[in-house]
Design a protein around this ligand. Sequence first.
Ligand code: URA
Length: 216
Amino acid sequence: MSLTLRVYVPSHPLIKHWLSVARDESTPTVLFRSAMTELGRWLTYEATRDWLPTTESEVQTPLAPCPATFIDPEVPIVVVPILRAGLALLDGAQALLPLASIYHVGLVRNEETLEASCYLNKLPEQMPPGTRVLVTDPMLATGGSSHSLLKLLVERGVDPALIRIVAVVAAPQALQLLGADFPALSIFTAAIDEGLNDRGYIVPGLGDAGDRTFGT
Ligand code: URA
C-alpha cells in the first residue's frame, strides 16, 4: 500500500479568525500571542479527533449503568514543541492534552543556507511502541526543522503514522519535503500559502512567528 502525506486545513471559523489576527501586521504582541494560543487549541482539537486512543467501560449514573468512553491512560501521549516558535502553540495544545509529556527540541535555521541545526534535544533515548507525538511548529517554510525532528523521532522508535504536526501556515515546499520522506505523517495547518521569498519566509505568511510571539 502506498501512503501519501495527509494535510488538513480545517475550515472552522475560529481558526480562520485567529489566523487573520495573526497575519495582520498591526496586531500587537500580546494579541498575537493569544491568537497563537487559540490556533494551538483549535488545531490540536482537530488533530486529536481520530488519534487519541480510547477505552470502553461502564459508569454508574445517578439513574442507571451506562456505557462509557475514556482516554486510554496506558498509551503515551507526547507533545514536542520545536523551539522557539513552537512554544507559541504549546499552551493551547496543553489545554487539551493536560497529561501529555512535553519534550522540548531546539532547532535553529542558518539564515544563509536555510539548513536546520539542533541546539537542544530533550527527547528520551527510546519511546514506547504506540506513542502518539504531536509536534508544534507554526511555520512550515522549507520544512527543514520538522524534517530534522521527524528523523530524531523515528530513530527513537516512533511510528510516523502516529505523528501529527500542528502548524499555522505551511508552504508547498515543506509539504513536498515532508511528504517525500514521511508519507505516513499527518499535518494540520490553518493555511497553505503560495511559497517562500528569497529569505525563506512564507508569503504572505505572518512574518517571523518567534519574533512576533516574544516581542523581539
Ligand atoms: N519562520 C517564520 O517564523 N516565518 C516564516 O515565514 C518562515 C519561517
